[in-house]
Write a protein that binds this ligand. Structure first.
Ligand code: PMP
Length: 287
């Protein structure tokens, strides 16, 4: 039988049913906090330093001081993975603003809460990895970079949840989000890539996206495989007219998109470059 997950809260481990924080926490009241989703493959944490660095960047942006050093955070994550005997799994690392008053003022909070959950995750059933996803474009756009900048991995995902609900209502598992200029930004929880005439294209960071750690790994792998890679702004036309399309993310890994807004992409099947990059990514993750 699987053991009860042990959850780290501020330096202590609690069994999952006992892992609790205050209902006055501004993470709950306002989504005031930051997080990371990280994978464990073959008992090794994938790109932990990159995740911790991104967490710090997100925290800096929202003026949240994390009460640990980066090295201590790395240790805390590794210790929690070990305490859970996790060989393959998913880590959710969260830092909230902490408990405060019922107003927005972050100065009236104390004690940022550091939470580390180690558990299992299955994003999509195996047949979707084999056959690819059907997605739709959401009417809800990605956050404007001058609002909650998409580079912040903040606890406030409501905008993306609204887009995800549009996808679900259309019978799809994911939705494509545009930015305020009508360009492609990303999916609700994944970055987006297309292949056109042998070139791998993905929107640049300033299209208003999260700089995905899987995205960066896939771009490196493509370069190693001599596949040309370009960060370039894309429109829905580029998606419809692409030879291949796929999404990347810590939870989803690399997954093909074979239809968007009712248009088959390429021949409507998982493309060869997508397949190759998925294989290379899984090899890297498990190495
Ligand atoms: N975009 C968004 C909005 C995300 O939430 C995520 C993470 N789930 C990603 C992209 C992918 O980032 P990563 O590869 O670092 O998981």
């Amino acid at each position: 039988m699987a053991q009860t997950p042990k959850v780290y809260i501020n330096g202590k481990l609690f069994d999952k049913p006992d892992a609790k924080i205050s209902v006055y926490d501004h993470g709950l009241l306002y989504g005031d906090g930051v997080f990371e989703g990280i994978r464990v493959y073959s008992a090794k944490v994938f790109r932990l330093k990159e995740h911790v660095d991104r967490l710090w960047d997100s925290a800096r942006h929202i003026g949240l001081e994390i009460p640990l050093s980066r090295e201590q955070m790395v240790e805390a994550v590794l210790d929690t993975v070990k305490a859970n005997n996790k060989i393959d799994g998913y880590i959710r690392l969260i830092v909230t603003r902490g408990a405060g008053t019922l107003g927005l003022d972050p100065r009236k909070t104390s004690d940022p809460q550091i939470i580390i959950i180690v558990d299992d995750i299955t994003m999509y059933p195996a047949d979707l990895y084999e056959n690819g996803l059907d997605i739709v474009t959401a009417a809800t756009i990605r956050n404007h970079p001058n609002a909650t900048n998409p580079r912040i991995k903040s606890l406030n995902y409501l905008n993306n949840i609204l887009a995800k609900m549009e996808g679900i209502r259309a019978g799809c598992q994911e939705a494509l989000m545009l930015n305020h200029k009508g360009e492609v930004s990303e999916a609700t929880g994944d970055n987006v890539f297309i292949v056109k005439r042998g070139v791998l294209l993905t929107p640049p960071i300033d299209a208003g996206i999260l700089e995905g750690i899987t995205r960066n790994a896939v771009m490196e792998l493509a370069k190693q495989a001599s596949i040309p890679v370009k960060e370039q702004s894309l429109t829905r036309h580029d998606i419809y007219a692409a030879d291949e399309c796929f999404l990347t993310g810590t939870a989803a890994e690399v997954i093909a998109v074979v239809k968007c807004d009712g248009r088959p992409i390429g021949n409507g099947k998982v493309g060869p470059i997508t397949r190759q990059l998925r294989e290379r990514f899984m090899q890297l993750a498990r190495s």
